[in-house]
Design a protein around this ligand. Sequence first.
Ligand SMILES: Cc1cc2nc3c(=O)[nH]c(=O)nc-3n(C[C@H](O)[C@H](O)[C@H](O)COP(=O)(O)OP(=O)(O)OC[C@H]3O[C@@H](n4cnc5c(N)ncnc54)[C@H](O)[C@@H]3O)c2cc1C
Length: 514
Amino acid sequence: MTDRDYPAEVDVAIVGSGPTGAAYARILSERAPGARVAMFEVGPTVSDPPGSHVKNIADPEARAEAQRRSEGRGATGGAAASPVEMAGRRARAGTYLLRDGFQLEGEDGIPALAFSSNVGGMAAHWTAACPRPGDSERIGFLPDLDELLDEGERLLGVTVDAFDGAPFAELVRQRLAAAVDAGRPAERRVQRMPLAVHRRADGALVWSGSDIVFGDVTRGNENFTLHDETLVTRVLLGDDGAAAGVEVRDMRDGSPDESHTVRARVVVVAADGLRTPQLLWASGVRPAALGRMLNDQPQVVFAARLRDVEPPAAAEGRAGALSETSGVSWVPFTDAEPFHGQVMQLDTSPVPLADDDPVIPGSIVGLGLFCAKDLQWDDRVEFSDAERDDYGMPAMRIHYRLTDRDRATLDRARAHIVELGAAVGEGLDEKPFTLPGGASLHYQGAVRMGAQDDGRSVCDPDSAVWGVPGLYVAGNGVIPTATACNPTLTAVGLAVRGARAIAAGLGAGAGVAR
Ligand SMILES: Cc1cc2nc3c(=O)[nH]c(=O)nc-3n(C[C@H](O)[C@H](O)[C@H](O)COP(=O)(O)OP(=O)(O)OC[C@H]3O[C@@H](n4cnc5c(N)ncnc54)[C@H](O)[C@@H]3O)c2cc1C
């Protein structure tokens, strides 16, 4: 599927191979199979099929190498394997941190702001939790949001039963439910976490990455090409102000450092929550809302232990059911309790336990609460015309502050997570741990969608950039609401809407030179 030769001209150029870029490729392959679609990804192909999750790589050394190759050009790559290990500015495996400009004097900043650069993007490394947004997380001006989320679930291969064999998962949910379910509508009660994970016929778990989103239809589409190790440096605009193509640079070792032009009728920028606005900025597309209303979900974690349980009989768990994240439960966000709870049973404790106190697998429960941020116009990423990042793109500076309301929400989250821990069993930590800003890995808002072109948004409900025909944006940055839930399902749903609009617009002209 990967290709070294750059085409001179395509119908659609897609920048970035994460799940939202892949969603465009998939829907276009289904709806406009005659359209020539080229995808450009700055990082290398680290897994097979391209874009697949590195957890599916059985050999630990090969997996570690795939993670390392995803960690970009800087020297700030992944050291922490889990959020619980993140004591400070540390990156998760497969990711790397923004080197400079992450925290300005007197501001909170986003110290753990991270990226992945590889085919499949962050979704080659993600936890694959795919909850639906609820209450004020939802995008009120999209009447078709639920249908888009259905489609997102189809593309990502979301299931709820992959960990049904995990010991104590039902018990954990019963205990959480007793603590929080009263007064909640059915869909907002404690339940199994929808996960982009499925079980193969032989019982092995398969974690979805962009490979699942591409699907056979994209891999089999002879009009689709994926060009890895290729940086898009600029979206080209025509004299009419419309998108006209992309300028790309071959990043392979030893390649001549020269630019190529690929003409396109439509350009989709799906280059993550920070690098999508970066590429628009580099291309001279600089609407007032670009980079603004940036938001990341403040996060607290806590660990508890089920004390009053017996080791499960061996037959109870399905083969392979026990893994680092066996049993993932969901405490949905509500406006009344504005936290998204992700509860994962662990095989080992994140905090040291006494040697003579062996852990019953599945009895350690890691609790995480993500909070919705108070959105502010001045929380933003700025780009420099003078300074460059490790890829030669405009350097980023993050302006970011927590508000009094954010601090109050965090206080409530810390109290709530201790209550949840007590409901489940016995707290293992003295107090909850507040992760450094950015640890959520969910960066939203910087190319936000709006119902009208009122200067407060970057794109319309189809993700088309206001005032630049043929230019679309994708990813978590498009989400305009203050979500607490993991955003990828929502971002993929929004990509489905945009891709359908492109397919409809290409119509009979697809595959024919302009
Ligand atoms: C450890 C971890 C756990 C996570 N867990 C969850 C979870 O449980 N649930 C959830 O919803 N989300 C989770 N996430 C976040 C999730 O992975 C992202 O939301 C998702 O991958 C975003 O998809 P995307 O396509 O918008 O961007 P990305 O996946 O980041 O992909 C963007 C791609 O664009 C490429 N790119 C950038 N600039 C350029 C350029 N100029 N030219 C060419 N290519 C470029 C990048 O290299 C990258 O590969 C997690 C992430 C990590 C790392």
